[in-house]
Design a protein. Sequence first.
Length: 233
Amino acid sequence: MTNLQAILAYQETDKELYAIEREIAGSEERKEYVKMKKFLEAAPEKLDALEVKANSLKGEASSLVEKYEKAEETLKEFDSLDELIESGADVSFYKKKAQSVMELLKKLKAEITALTASINATSDEYQKLKKQVIAAQKMYREAADKYNAVKASKEETRVELEKKLAEIAKNVNGETMERYKTKRKERIFPIIGQIQDKRCPFCSMEPPLASLNRLTGGTTIECDSCHRFIYKE
Ligand SMILES: [Zn+2]
């Protein structure tokens, strides 16, 4: 068996292994598993962000409450207004001042109300996400079990194919095997094919003449376009 024949035989068996891998990778069970996994991985960051937001809103709220209390305090000055007027103070000045304080209080109250609503909304969102995380943890475990079952159902065939491949690999030159396996890791398949009408059998690109000239009796070249190997018998 030549090196070329050996690698072609290897690829033929590898095709079955590749099909199994694709089947597992494309299964609904894996999709569900990955979805749950991603959700759970992203959740802590989302929860943290909501907590930071809630804390900053609470900080804003307490500074508003402080302002409100201070404004209320200034209103107390007006308790002694009667005495002030009796001693000949300007009534309109105090009237104006009282009005501006009342307006400030009104404005602050509206701001506090809006902020409270925002705090409640953030807190609700946090609680909702926390519940979702708890539900997702259970769903994740179930999805993992189902995904593992799919993998387990193919395991026997996979091991058999691996054994077969190891046998065939003994006839393949080490460097060829290495190059093949590198492509395989990149999830390229098939990896090697025979030239057809001076074109790459996979992507139809025509290799440059210099490469074509090197393509004689069992040698291989790499396609510049799809990077698979091309051979000529
Ligand atoms: Zn190609």
